[in-house]
Design a protein around this ligand. Structure first.
Ligand SMILES: NC(=O)c1ccc[n+]([C@@H]2O[C@H](COP(=O)([O-])OP(=O)(O)OC[C@H]3O[C@@H](n4cnc5c(N)ncnc54)[C@H](O)[C@@H]3O)[C@@H](O)[C@H]2O)c1
Length: 261
């Protein structure tokens, strides 16, 4: 894409790259010169890879469930088969299931959120580690959330817990992997304008409630707008590349000041 771009020569794997924040990350990394593996359950990830190719970048799509051991391993194997190396892993795949309250959260929702939001990070990172270590400049970026990291939010008990687990895992991984030249950081978004929240909210609430809730939420964000997926992708791009090579074990909030103290 760009001659002499920042991520030239790097290979990045982005989980959940078919839409929302993940597709913005995949496209931003490709624009910065990386070759990108987009991994998702949804076949629309193929369209993201095609878009990148049409703009002169290099990308593949791998259909896999990264919350399973087999899916995580397949994602890494296919990336190595296509590109021969792996420098960065962005663990972005995640789900949100809202509940009336913590005690009303159905057990299957608890299992699903812990499996997709936490176990996928553990399993994909473990599968990718040998290749990341061989690269000599490995970087893992995990997408957490302001919920569970800095604040609680009604209806989000287990979601927040799953994201807190990601931050906790990342801190120890960062210490253990620093001597092996692999950095580990998290990005904790605030509210991002994607389908994830709207789809869940509308399952149990009328449209007007969403609009009223949106107004209240917007009023609580000092910057005055939701984040765009691109604004999250920009911070991920910084953590992936060499400009952050002395940064590890950190969680960067990208929340427009929502949780500011
Ligand atoms: N949207 C927000 O406001 C917000 C805020 C904070 C954190 N986040 C986090 O950002 C990440 C991306 O969120 P988004 O809003 O873009 O969501 P989204 O629902 O738009 O996209 C998530 C993608 O992940 C994929 N996915 C889900 N489970 C998967 C699995 N097991 N294996 C492979 N792919 C899987 C989905 O198919 C989808 O393409 C998530 O981890 C989410 O928790 C989002």
């Amino acid at each position: 894409m760009n001659a002499g771009a920042e991520l030239d020569g790097r290979v990045c794997l982005v989980t959940g790259g078919a839409r929302g924040i993940g597709s913005a990350i995949a496209e931003a990394l490709a624009i910065a010169g990386a070759r990108v593996a987009i991994v998702d359950l949804a076949h629309s990830g193929e369209e993201v890879a095609d878009r990148i190719a049409r703009s002169g970048g290099e990308a593949i799509f791998v259909c896999a469930d990264v919350s399973s051991v087999e899916g995580a391993e397949l994602a890494v194997e296919e990336t190595l088969r296509a590109f021969g190396r792996l420098d960065s892993l962005v663990n972005n795949a995640g789900i949100l299931r809202l509940a009336d309250s913590f005690e009303d959260t159905p057990d299957d929702q608890v299992d699903d959120m812990l499996r997709v939001n936490f176990l996928s990070v553990f399993r994909t990172s473990r599968a990718a580690l040998p290749a990341l270590e061989s690269s000599g400049r490995g970087s893992i970026v995990n997408i957490a959330s302001m919920v569970g990291h800095r604040i609680g939010m009604p209806s989000h008990a287990v979601y927040g817990a799953s994201k807190a687990a990601v931050v906790g895992l990342s801190m120890t991984m960062a210490i253990e992997l620093a001597p092996r030249s692999v950095r580990v950081n998290c990005v904790a978004p605030g509210v991002v304008a994607t389908d994830l929240y709207v789809e869940q909210f509308l399952k149990s609430n009328p449209r007007e409630a969403l609009d009223a809730g949106s107004e209240r939420t917007l009023a609580a964000i000092p910057i005055g707008s939701y984040a765009s997926p691109q604004q999250i992708a920009d911070v991920v791009g910084f953590l992936v590349g060499g400009r952050s090579d002395y940064v590890t074990g950190q969680t960067i909030l990208v929340d427009g000041g929502y949780t500011g103290i």
